[in-house]
Design a protein around this ligand. Structure first.
Ligand code: ZN
Length: 346
């Protein structure tokens, strides 16, 4: 069957549109499901595609549907474990399942990953900001049917932070420092708290973000510009684990300064180049500096934690727009001084 759908597409720098499209769905398919998308969250990479027409080296070559944080309702399925009308979170990753990374349980590193709303490959992989979407059955993760949409749509960014937290090993009783508390930093606060961290100190240049970090579970916050960090610099640093979630070079430097010798720094902030990087601190303090990218089974954990109320991301939800107001929603999300997460309804 053919389905008409309206989709939120990016065509290039500062060029977005809500466009009619026709998609195909095989009603006899044993492994694919048709989803009516209900809600989506705008992420930093969606904003990058809008503002710059690219993310890193991946430039938009042709119109691409944005969005990888989406939930929806099952419209048609033949999967015996799913049913029509069921609310599901959509896992935006589609790994190949047979490369060496997929076979070793590291599918977030899949050599041919098809991830929603990514211009990494040409043709690009369309995202989820559309009324109807065909996905693999395995991408549908059911959640409690009485859970709130505006909460469940945080599953994807929360999964990113749970994966990051797991890169640091056991966090039970640990002292954690988080530098940069935008939505991802704030969800990291909640994730490390859920995993047992007892001291969670956060820093950012924005007081609004620091206030949100407290609401998400931070035990102490310090302004990055005029806060007094001296107490954390003694004994070669105080923290077992630091999460760098801003991507700013000075933030990386600060993490290196406050992490204890032989401690761990997890890099989630996507800053790209670090000018004048001094490897001496890394060497002398024997710091474990680890990157963290996307997630594997942590998506299911995120759905579970949100569905059960273990984590409540509500303070991070700033605004909601109808998908037809795509450009206005993106503009609003650009205002990081006042806005955290912007959501679209379909
Ligand atoms: Zn693979």
């Amino acid at each position: 069957m053919n389905i008409n759908t309206l989709s939120c597409v990016v065509k290039g720098e500062k060029s977005v549109d809500v466009m009619p499209q026709e998609i195909e769905f095989n009603e006899k398919s044993a492994d694919q499901t048709l989803i009516k998308i209900t809600r989506g969250g705008i992420c930093g990479s969606d904003l990058h595609y809008y503002l710059h027409g690219k993310v890193g080296n991946f430039a938009v070559q042709h119109p691409m549907i944005l969005g990888h944080e989406v939930i929806g309702i099952i419209e048609k399925t033949n999967d015996p474990n799913l049913y029509v009308g069921q609310k599901v979170a959509i896992n935006p990753s589609k790994p190949c399942q047979h490369c060496k990374y997929c076979l070793s349980g590291e599918s977030n590193q899949c050599e041919t990953m098809r991830f929603f709303g990514s211009a990494m490959y040409n043709p690009h992989v369309d995202g989820g900001f559309t009324q109807y979407k065909v996905v693999d059955n395995a991408q549908c993760i059911p959640y409690p049917q009485d859970a709130k949409d505006e909460i469940m749509v945080f599953a994807e960014p929360l999964a990113v932070t749970i994966h990051a937290a797991k890169q640091a090993g056991d966090l039970q009783g640990k002292k954690v420092f988080i530098s940069g508390v935008g939505p991802i930093g704030c969800l990291t606060v909640a994730a490390v708290k859920a995993l047992g961290a007892t001291e969670i100190v956060c820093t950012d240049v924005s007081q609004r973000c620091l206030d949100l970090a407290v609401q998400m579970g931070a035990t102490k916050v310090l302004n990055a510009q005029d806060g007094n960090f001296s107490q954390y610099l003694a004994h070669k640093g105080e923290f077992d684990v630091c999460f760098e979630a801003s991507g700013h070079p000075s933030s990386i430097e600060r993490c290196f300064a406050v992490v204890k010798a032989r401690g761990t720094v997890i890099q989630i902030g996507m800053g790209g180049a670090v000018p004048q990087f001094n490897a001496m601190t890394l060497i002398a303090k024997e710091i474990n500096w680890k990157g963290s990218f996307r997630f594997v089974e942590e998506f299911n954990t995120a759905v579970e934690w949100l569905g059960s109320g273990k984590i409540d991301p509500t303070p991070l939800h700033s605004a909601t727009f109808d998908f037809n107001q795509l450009e206005q929603a993106l503009q609003t999300a650009t205002n990081k001084n006042e806005i955290s997460k912007v959501q679209l309804t379909f």
